[in-house]
Design a protein around this ligand. Structure first.
Ligand code: GLY
Length: 406
């Protein structure tokens, strides 16, 4: 059979027929009508608060919504003191920093993502470059790094001295069956002695703290370093932006789970899990236990929930309940899961929701918001009361002191 170019194109561009007529260009089947007028607003994870003013200024000057969102998340990416994102992020189990990011640009309905990228600080911008300079959506590992260098991003050492020392502390302490840590020729070495079970945990924490100081970790970060070794964090920042024209974009970037296996990608580079934007409806993003969020496609689930009429709060809570459902609501498991969603609807209504209140008493997960009045942080609404690490098998640690710039 002869297929002519004209004949082929003729069949390829036929408009989809639905009951009652042709779907008009630009409309999503089932899209929820906007409930109110769009407005300039940016929502982000709590660690984005310090960068909202400059991002909102860009947005209110008519800047693109994805550029405004990147203006927020590049803050922690550039900050060596934030050890959950970009420069200074806690490394993988081999001591190498690997970063993940993804973004969606609502006006053009495009998406970009990079996973397990080494030596490049601003992976949020690399994810955007994937949109603008490739026909792909996702690049990972060495290929993503080489792409970034080709795009003009500088290669740099992302491991700060503090993050390296925290990794050393983890490396020395997470196993007693290897040769890491001081050997028996070290001054002060003592042969292992039996310790009463009730004393074992306290002694372990005391030893970790003392070793942190020996490794050169500043005393004011000693407790924080021990917490990171005992409870490897997932960190991360998400940001979604909406403007008065109704344009929306979202972005998520992270150094991922501390001390992960090399090559591990969490939810942050997964479109639909760490971030999802459809400006017919809204935008959502996540921080927390990446593996759990991937299993419920959290950000996509939330946007689809809003498409079908749920409020941002209801939509986010439903996604959290799906995580609880993953474990049949077994609290013995769920107490080790941490998850926060940041939800923005296309009329500017928003919500921040968390599985638990925070990591320890006195602190609360927060959503950072700027809607033209001022940048502010608001406590998220939680599904469960309590803190994600207050339970056995590990007794609780003292609250974490504030880090500089936090
Ligand atoms: N949510 C970040 C991660 O799990 O890597």
């Amino acid at each position: 059979m002869k297929i002519t170019r004209r004949g082929f194109l003729g069949s390829a561009v036929a408009a989809p027929i639905v009951a009652g007529g042709v779907v008009p260009a630009g409309s999503a089947a089932g899209a929820t009508a906007r409930r109110g007028t769009a407005r300039d607003i940016i929502v982000a994870a709590g660690n984005g608060l310090a960068y909202l003013d400059r991002a909102f200024e860009l947005l209110s000057r008519g800047g693109d919504t994805l550029d405004a969102a990147i203006e927020v998340v590049r803050g922690p990416e550039d900050d060596p003191e934030d050890d959950s994102v970009g420069l200074g992020g806690l490394p993988n189990e081999e001591g190498v920093v690997e970063l993940d990011a993804c973004c969606m640009h609502g006006p053009t309905r495009r998406a970009g993502s990079v996973g397990a990228v080494r030596n490049i600080k601003n992976v949020s911008k690399v994810a955007k470059a994937v949109i603008e300079h490739t026909g792909h959506v996702m690049l990972v590992g060495e290929g993503a790094e080489r792409f970034a260098v080709a795009m003009g991003f500088p290669r740099e050492n992302l491991l700060t001295e503090r993050s390296r020392k925290i990794w050393m502390l983890w490396k020395e302490s997470h196993s007693s069956n290897d040769w890491w840590g001081p050997g028996m020729s070290a001054p002060g070495w003592q042969p292992p002695r039996p310790v009463p079970a009730a004393r074992q945990w306290d002694l372990h924490v005391e030893r970790l703290y003392a070793r942190a100081l020996e490794l050169g970790i500043e005393p004011q970060f000693g407790t924080s370093a021990v917490r990171r070794v005992l409870f490897p964090p997932t960190g991360t920042i998400h940001c979604s932006a909406l403007n008065a024209r109704g344009d929306m974009s979202g972005i998520t970037t992270t150094s991922g789970l501390a001390f992960k296996l090399p090559g591990r990608c969490g939810d942050s580079p997964v479109i639909g899990a760490g971030c999802f934007t459809d400006q017919d409806v809204g935008s959502a993003g996540a921080t927390g236990s990446g593996e759990e969020n991937i299993k419920v496609a959290g950000a996509h689930t939330i946007v689809e929930n809003m498409r079908h009429g749920m409020s941002p709060l209801e939509a986010g809570m439903d996604a959290l309940k799906r995580i609880a459902r993953t474990y049949n609501n077994d609290m013995a498991r769920l107490k080790f899961v941490d998850m926060t969603y940041y939800v923005l609807r296309n009329d500017g209504a928003y919500a921040g929701v968390s599985l638990w209140e925070g990591y320890s008493p006195g602190e609360h997960h927060q959503i950072a918001v700027h809607d033209g009045t001022r940048a502010r942080a608001e406590d998220t609404v939680t599904l469960f009361k309590g803190w994600s690490e207050e339970f056995p098998p590990t007794p609780s640690l003292p609250p974490e002191p504030a880090w500089p710039g936090a």
